[in-house]
Design a protein around this ligand. Structure first.
Ligand code: HEC
Ligand code: HEC
Ligand code: HEC
Ligand code: HEC
Ligand code: HEC
Ligand code: HEC
Length: 325
């Protein structure tokens, strides 16, 4: 399984290379994002090495950052001083629901409340929402929803969702979601693992890995769900996951989502391979410092003014229909 994955992804490199040549030839021709590589739609779920096992060897290089990483914290037990849970405990009529909360979703400005479901790999989602600036919302008719999380959220906030049962194998995002199915031989040859320094994954593979969750306006053709079907790092996301990458669709988004889709469009439709998410983001350090060193390009004005100091940036609010905030 592993060998064939590697073979297919190197085939992806070759195919991609050909497409890039065509994309750059000045004909203005658009590439078919679905044209390269393969996917795991309809195939069995893969066994994966868990984060605990990875951190046994990577506890000094990755461990200290990982416990604070928003990917690993997206679903977690509430901190003792959680402002969201404190707010939910306040109104007398919500007290009994608050007592049932076992997990929080969202490590930034918005939070949701979860409790374990009686069936394996499932969570119940509370209808009441919380955000840092406005506190609690949707407090009328508060209830636990036993289906919504699996149908609408699990694929991007948990690890390895079984497309048949929609049950996840672990809450929050494990190493597998980005690094894929890892062989322990990578310790001797790091080219065997996605996103290693030596591997030089093609831009379209990186766009697929990050895009599997950061495209919040797409839909899987095979399931109709807003998250991908059995995606494994190295796959071509865009064979099954459909997303409107037109200028009109992009302009409707806030800079937070727009710059993501712009980069993905540049890579998978326009064949521009030089800039990926990783040109600007260091995932483990949670830093965007290195983006300051890039050359000026049209994508900069998504967040910066066209002229004047980069220090002054237009403010924006982020909303997501998919994430219900
Ligand atoms: C399996 C889903 C998933 C994958 C794959 C994924 N992300 Fe994320 N990412 C998330 C979620 C969910 C959050 C928000 C977590 C929260 O706040 O609860 C997030 C947050 C972020 C943030 C904001 C927080 C921060 O660290 O500053 C950045 C930037 C980011 N991701 C970049 C990336 C990049 C780059 C990749 C590809 C290498 C990637 N992500 C892959 C789901 C994913
Ligand atoms: C297609 C993948 C995807 C799906 C499906 C999805 N999310 Fe998200 N969610 C993300 C990503 C990516 C982020 C981080 C976005 C960012 O930081 O810009 C996020 C962030 C969040 C946040 C934190 C936002 C903040 O600013 O703090 C919450 C809360 C959230 N999602 C709730 C949900 C809920 C509830 C559902 C289901 C109804 C859901 N999401 C479905 C990908 C997804
Ligand atoms: C959200 C995506 C994502 C997840 C989840 C993730 N990684 Fe990474 N990892 C990356 C990216 C991207 C790089 C390339 C360097 C960078 O951008 O930080 C990387 C690089 C690394 C490196 C190389 C060292 C370095 O800093 O360059 C190691 C080791 C590593 N990851 C281990 C892990 C382990 C162990 C886990 C789980 C505990 C994990 N990663 C989870 C995206 C991820
Ligand atoms: C038996 C020990 C061991 C285990 C378990 C292990 N690794 Fe590694 N890993 C190594 C060694 C040794 C290297 C090569 C030296 C280095 O770069 O840290 C390495 C390298 C890497 C790199 C490439 C670093 C680079 O050069 O860019 C990544 C990414 C990585 N590991 C991720 C993971 C992930 C994800 C897991 C779990 C799925 C994992 N490792 C499990 C020992 C291990
Ligand atoms: C040209 C550089 C650049 C590229 C390319 C880029 N980003 Fe970003 N991104 C940034 C900067 C800078 C921020 C702002 C960080 C902040 O607000 O402190 C950001 C913010 C984000 C956020 C948080 C948004 C929010 O406000 O909630 C997410 C999530 C994210 N990027 C994901 C991605 C993903 C996934 C890709 C690739 C598809 C990508 N980015 C490509 C520079 C870039
Ligand atoms: C997603 C939004 C986003 C995009 C896209 C983006 N930036 Fe930024 N930029 C920011 C944010 C937020 C900061 C402040 C935090 C930081 O440095 O990451 C910033 C800071 C900077 C700074 C430092 C300004 C100072 O404080 O002196 C420079 C220079 C810069 N950006 C250049 C660029 C260039 C060049 C591009 C295009 C290649 C670009 N940015 C694209 C959001 C963005």
């Amino acid at each position: 399984m592993r060998d064939s994955t590697i073979l297919l992804s190197s085939l992806g490199v070759v195919l991609c290379g050909l497409y890039v040549l065509r994309g750059d030839s000045g004909t203005g021709k658009q590439l078919d994002p679905a044209a390269w590589g393969s996917d795991h739609v309809g195939k069995p779920m893969l066994e994966y090495v868990t984060g605990d096992e990875c951190l046994f060897c990577h506890r000094t290089d990755i461990g200290p950052f990982w416990s604070k990483n928003r990917h690993q914290r997206t679903i977690r037990e509430p901190e003792p001083d959680s402002a969201a849970l404190a707010a939910l405990k306040k109104p007398a009529e919500l007290k009994s629901l608050a007592d049932d909360v076992q997990l929080l979703l969202g490590a930034g400005n918005h939070s949701r409340f979860l409790k374990k479901d009686s069936s394996y790999g499932k969570l119940d989602l509370l209808s009441v929402t919380w955000d840092r600036s406005g506190g609690l919302h949707k407090t009328e008719k508060p209830h636990w929803d036993g289906r919504k999380f699996a149908d609408a959220c699990a694929g991007c906030h948990t690890t390895a969702v079984d497309p048949q049962t929609r049950a996840f194998s672990a809450v929050a995002l494990d190493c597998y979601t980005c690094h894929g199915s890892v062989t322990l031989d990578h310790s001797k040859n790091t080219q065997l693992i996605h996103l290693s320094k030596k591997r030089h994954d093609p831009a379209s593979v990186i766009a697929s890995i990050c895009g599997q969750c950061h495209v919040r306006t797409g839909k899987a053709k095979s399931t109709g769900l807003p998250y991908p079907n059995n995606f494994v790092a190295g796959d071509n996301l865009f064979r099954d996951f459909q997303v409107d990458l037109s200028e009109k669709a992009l302009q409707a988004l806030s800079p937070a989502d727009r710059h993501v889709l712009e980069n993905i469009r540049d890579v998978v439709v326009l064949g521009k391979e030089e800039t990926t998410c990783l040109s600007c983001h260091e995932v483990h350090k949670q830093s965007t410092k290195k983006h300051r060193r890039l050359l000026e390009s049209p994508s900069c004005v998504t967040c910066h003014n066209a002229t004047g100091s980069k220090k002054i940036r237009p403010a924006y609010e982020v909303h997501s229909h998919t994430c219900e905030y």
